[in-house]
Structure formats: structure tokens, C-alpha cells
Design a binder for this molecule. Structure first.
Ligand code: ADP
Ligand code: MG
Length: 604
């Protein structure tokens, strides 16, 4: 029964403005529909929800005599006493959503309970009941909200473009459809059905229905629990990855959240399967004891705090490891990066930051690069048996008898003095000059070469296009299609010829000359992943994509190179502006001076 709460109870509810934008109306209405027990919900919007929002459900309906009460502030059927507040399980409890919505819109309610003969139709304009009549209608409830903020034009001005408002609603609808796969959702935008889920409880089916991406067909199921924590959901195989984590969707106890802790669990579970900077796509539902969870750290309840973070990281990472290990195709397809402790780590981290920043800026500004010398591999060349105390004792002894420990000054590095001698493990090119021995990582070196080539072609004033015989068709999410103005322009400037191809597909007829078809497809896909966030994509992001792309095309470790190919690789590396690190900031070269080698053999 809907009634107005006592003031003492009402005062305990965190009051707040619930209606900021069309998406908040959709959220409140859909959550009410879910609370009403509906298993079918239709949402229709026009102009980003500014001019029209309809939510129709087949839930309990509202009694004729209670329908007007529902619009009063603090009217609810969901709690009676302050004590009930702690035990509340429904989603849409605010006790004032309908009142707030009705205050700033033209609201129409059509509703009927299953055991009533007739339904009720109420019209309210800015909190004022205009009419309340009996009507014939199906069981359930429909709200039609028009003319948002018609009586508060100042607030209307704060709304974003229709496309931007629509995209927030699409985001909400996508998440709620995934969270409730047993409810059939149909979502219509400006007369087009954006998606429609089956309501049969099949989560994978719901993911495919919402995103409409063929590549999501191959997602692997995750289903794992430890104690009273459980994770279920889907994760991509290593063959499908993205350059950001925006395609990682997490729910905790049914609510969509963003969580660094869960992200960490994903990264740990996926470790060694992807190159640095790539992230799997995943949809993970975590169930945990609500008592061990704080959902109030953010007003929108988007962020959560777990009492025991390590427990959740373990749950997610082990769930992922188990999911991937049960899929044999995954194991075979993955080039495994070694997990052995990396002796270079501290050096690399430092270098990554400096080299990467300087590099991009330099290339963009076309100024001469700051060239680093190859690193001297001091800390790796020490024989493992050598104990540091012994060394310092030896140094002291040396001092006593007047021997310097300092290394003779090295001649500056010169590519022209470099003589390749072969390769070891089909991975590291070996080379010498008059005073040092070098190991060159063939993959990292080739990445650097391709990267600089791609960047200079990208920077060229005139982009050359090449028509392709069979145009590419790329499927995008409904939310991206809505924002197409944001990304079609920049891609066209880069040399792509794009057109809409019906539904959520785009057709690519021409691509930049410096890309192969496969690369172009990959590039557009990566670009779109980043466009999903909205806003323009900066050059730095584009360059980041080029890095990833050059990495994919580069020769891999274990690819056998002939001496001729090694020579050519070194010649090209010599022409690079920054030959000593790959675009990710890892070194391409390791140098050991004769002095260091001699030291290892205790000759000096
Ligand atoms: P709350 O959801 O916090 O109770 P609302 O203002 O959102 O407050 O809704 C007020 C009341 O109206 C609800 O408690 C519920 O009884 C009724 N109601 C709202 N929407 C629906 C619906 N779609 N189906 C059935 N009842 C509804
Ligand atoms: Mg509500």
C-alpha cells in the first residue's frame, strides 16, 4: 500500500535532487518497474529524453485509489518504519522520485493491477493533477514524461546535446539489461529499436543483444567462488583486447560499479597473456556479503569499498585463470611472456617515463631527438655467485694496493662501428664494436622502426588514400553510433572514407595508403574503443594506437632472421630518431663493455 511516510522516518532518508537530467528519470522509472516485479520493460526516448520518455512495464500496477498518492513527496509502498530502511532490498527506493519527476515535467501515468477491471490514467503538469480518469489498459504501468524542465528553463540550459543525453541513457539501459537478464528489455531511441533482450536469463545473450558486436561471441564464461564470495560473467580470450579498460564492466551485488580492486583482479588473472597496455574485455558480476561492503563512499553509489580487498582480487584473478585454462584454444593461441623475475625492471620503469614522453613530443615537433646511449648492463653482468660484501672487500684491497676500480672511458656509440655477429635464441641479435658487446632485442628494434615510420606518415600534411576492393564493414555499439559526429570527422581527416551502412554498421571504402587492410581495420577498432568515452581524440591517443599497431606488425622474438635481414634491421634502426628504446619504453640495446666482461672473468 502506498502511503506518505511519517516525518520522523522521511527525515532519515538522504534527501537530494534526483532529477538532474533525462537519464535520472529513466533510471528512477526503470528501477520502479523492476521493483514492481515486471519481467518485461520497454523504454522509449526521443531527443535524448528531453522531449519524450516512455517506460512501460508488466508489473504489479498501482491501485486506482493510490495512484495520486504515489506522486506525493515521501510516498512509498516499500517501507513503513525507520527500521525498514536497513533491510531494504528494492532498487528504486527514494520515496520521492515520482514527486520530483512530476514537478518538472508533463507526466502521464496509465496503470492497472491484474485483478482490477479497469485502469487509471492521470495527467500531471508540474505537480498539479490535470485529470484522473478510468481507462482500459493492459496490466502493468506506463509512464510518459514529456517536456522536461518546461517550467524551469534555466535547468534546461544545463542539459547537453540530444546525442550526449541519449548516450547517458543508453549507458544506463545497457547496464541494467545486463544486470537483469531475466527481464526482457526493449529500448527504442527516436523510433529505432536500439536493442532488445530475450529475458530468458542468458547473460551472454544479453551481452550480444546490447553490444551487437560479433567479436563478443567468443567470450569465455567465468564462474567461480571462494567462501561466500562469487564471481560470474564473461571475459575475452587474448585474441580480443582493447587499449583501455572501458570495456570492463563490473557489478557488485547487482549494481554497476567502477572498482580499482576488481580491475587489479582482472589484470592479475590475465597477466602474461597480453602485451603491456592491452586489456581484456569483461563483464563480471561479483556477489559478496553486503556486510563486508561499503556502497556509500560515492553519492551515485558507483564506487564501492571492500572490507577485504585482497579477498576480492584473489576471487577475480583465480576465477579468470580458471576460466581461461578450461578453454584449450586460449592456451594454444597465447604467446606467453615470461614471468621470471625481471632483472631490468627498475631501469626500465625509469626509462619508460622519460623516453616515452620526450619521444612523442620530439616526433610531433620534429626537433632533433635526445639520443640516449645504450644502457650498460652493469647489474646483470655480475656472476650470481659473487657476494656483494666480498666485492667491497676486494675493492678496499684494490685501493690499498693502488688499483683503480673505475672503468676506462668508453668511446661514444657509433652505429657505423657496429658489426652484427648473429642472433641467439632467434630473439637477440648479437653485435660488437671495438670496445663492447651488444644484445639487441629484434622485436623491440623492429617496433621502434615501424613506429617512427607510421608516425611520420601520420604527421604528413597530405594524407594519401587507397580505395579497397571489398569495403570493410565495421559494427559499432548503439552508443557509438549515436555519437558518430565525434569520430567520423577525425577518421576522415586521417584518410578513411566512411559511410553509414544501416543499423549499427559503417562501411569503409578507402583507407590511408600507409596501412594494410588488416591494420586499417584494427586501427579503426582501436580508435573507436577510445571514442566511446566521448570528446575528441587527441594526437597522443592516436599515437598510442600507432604504437600498438607497430607492435603487432613487428617481427617477433623467435622469428628467425637471416644475416641479411639483421643487417637491414640495424640499418633502419640507425635512421631512427630514438633507436635505443622501443615505443613502450623498453630498451632495444643492452651493452657489455670489454671491461665488464673482463671483470666477470676476474681479469681486472
Ligand atoms: P519509491 O520507489 O522510493 O517508493 P517513488 O516515488 O519512486 O518512490 O514511487 C512511489 C511509489 O509508487 C512506489 O513505492 C510504488 O508503490 C509506486 N510505483 C512507482 N512506479 C511503479 C511501477 N512502475 N509499478 C508499480 N508501482 C509503482
Ligand atoms: Mg522509486
Amino acid at each position: 500500500m502506498i502511503k506518505v511516510l511519517d516525518k520522523s522516518v522521511a527525515d532519515k532518508i538522504a534527501a537530494g535532487e534526483v532529477i538532474e537530467r533525462p537519464a535520472s528519470i529513466v533510471k528512477e522509472l526503470v528501477e520502479n518497474s523492476i521493483d514492481s516485479g515486471a519481467d518485461s520493460i520497454i523504454v522509449e526516448i526521443k531527443n535524448g529524453g528531453k522531449s519524450y520518455i516512455r517506460v512501460t512495464d508488466n508489473g504489479s500496477g498501482i491501485k486506482a485509489e493510490e495512484a495520486e498518492t504515489a506522486f506525493l513527496r515521501h510516498a512509498t509502498s516499500k517501507i513503513n518504519t525507520a527500521g525498514d530502511l536497513n533491510a531494504i532490498e528494492t532498487l528504486g527506493f527514494r520515496g520521492e522520485a515520482l514527486a520530483s519527476i512530476a514537478a518538472v515535467t508533463h507526466t502521464e501515468l496509465i496503470t492497472k493491477e491484474a485483478d482490477s477491471q479497469t485502469g487509471t490514467r492521470i495527467l500531471i503538469h508540474g505537480s498539479e493533477v490535470i485529470s484522473n480518469i478510468k481507462t482500459g489498459c493492459p496490466n502493468g504501468t506506463t509512464f510518459v514524461i514529456t517536456d522536461l524542465f518546461y517550467n524551469t528553463p534555466a535547468r534546461l540550459k544545463f542539459l547537453k546535446s540530444d546525442a550526449a543525453e541519449a548516450s547517458q541513457i543508453i549507458e544506463f539501459m545497457s547496464m541494467i539489461a545486463l544486470a537483469f537478464p531475466y527481464i526482457k528489455f526493449r529500448f527504442i531511441n527516436n523510433g529505432n529499436i536500439l536493442f532488445s533482450t530475450s529475458g530468458k536469463g542468458d547473460l551472454h545473450g544479453a551481452i550480444l543483444a546490447v553490444y551487437q558486436l560479433k567479436e563478443y561471441k567468443d567470450l569465455v564464461k567465468v564462474d567461480y567462488n571462494i567462501g561466500d564470495n562469487a564471481v560470474i560473467g564473461y571475459i575475452s580470450k587474448p585474441s580480443l583486447s582493447r587499449t583501455n579498460r572501458r570495456n570492463q564492466v563490473f557489478f557488485v551485488n547487482g549494481r554497476v560499479v567502477s572498482s580499482k580492486v576488481i580491475e587489479k583482479g582482472v589484470a592479475e588473472g590475465y597477466r602474461e597473456r597480453l602485451f603491456e597496455g592491452r586489456h581484456p574485455v569483461c563483464f563480471l558480476f561479483i556477489k559478496t556479503n553486503p556486510a563486508k561492503l561499503d556502497v556509500n563512499i560515492h553519492p551515485n553509489k558507483k564506487e564501492v569499498r571492500f572490507d577485504n580487498e585482497r579477498e576480492i582480487i584473489e576471487l577475480v584473478s583465480q576465477g579468470i585463470v580458471q576460466a581461461l585454462s578450461t578453454d584449450t584454444a586460449v592456451i594454444d593461441a597465447v604467446p606467453r611472456v615470461s614471468s621470471a623475475p625481471n632483472l631490468f625492471v627498475s631501469e626500465i620503469k625509469e626509462k619508460k617515463e622519460t623516453v616515452e614522453q620526450v619521444d612523442i613530443k620530439q616526433i610531433l615537433s620534429n626537433k632533433p631527438p635526445r639520443v640516449a646511449e645504450p644502457q650498460i648492463a652493469e647489474n646483470i653482468t655480475k656472476p650470481l655467485s659473487e657476494v656483494p660484501e666480498e666485492e667491497s672487500k676486494k675493492e678496499e684491497d684494490d685501493k690499498k694496493i693502488g688499483i683503480s676500480i673505475s672503468e676506462p672511458a668508453l668511446k661514444p656509440f657509433d652505429f657505423d662501428d657496429l658489426n652484427p655477429t648473429g642472433a641467439i635464441f632467434n630473439t637477440y641479435i648479437t653485435a660488437v664494436d671495438s670496445n663492447s658487446f651488444y644484445l639487441i632485442d629484434q622485436h623491440a628494434a623492429h617496433e621502434r622502426i615501424l613506429y617512427e615510420k607510421l608516425v611520420s606518415e601520420y604527421m604528413a600534411d597530405e594524407k594519401l588514400r587507397q580505395p579497397i576492393l571489398t569495403p570493410l564493414v565495421i559494427d559499432v555499439t548503439p552508443s557509438l553510433m549515436e555519437k558518430r559526429e565525434q569520430w567520423m570527422g577525425p577518421l576522415t581527416e586521417m584518410g578513411f572514407d566512411l559511410s553509414e551502412f544501416g543499423g549499427n554498421s559503417i562501411l569503409i571504402r578507402e583507407i590511408p595508403t600507409f596501412m594494410s587492410i588488416g591494420e586499417a581495420e584494427d586501427f579503426v577498432q582501436t580508435y573507436l574503443d577510445n571514442a566511446d568515452e566521448g570528446g575528441k581524440i587527441s594526437n597522443t591517443v592516436v599515437i598510442d594506437k600507432l604504437i600498438t599497431k607497430s607492435c603487432k606488425a613487428a617481427v617477433k622474438a623467435h622469428d628467425h632472421l637471416s644475416m641479411g635481414e639483421i643487417g637491414e634491421l640495424l640499418n633502419q634502426l640507425k635512421e631512427c630518431r630514438n633507436p635505443f628504446s622501443c615505443p613502450h619504453g623498453r630498451p632495444t640495446f643492452i651493452r657489455m663493455s670489454i671491461y665488464e666482461i673482463e671483470k666477470m672473468f676476474k681479469r681486472v
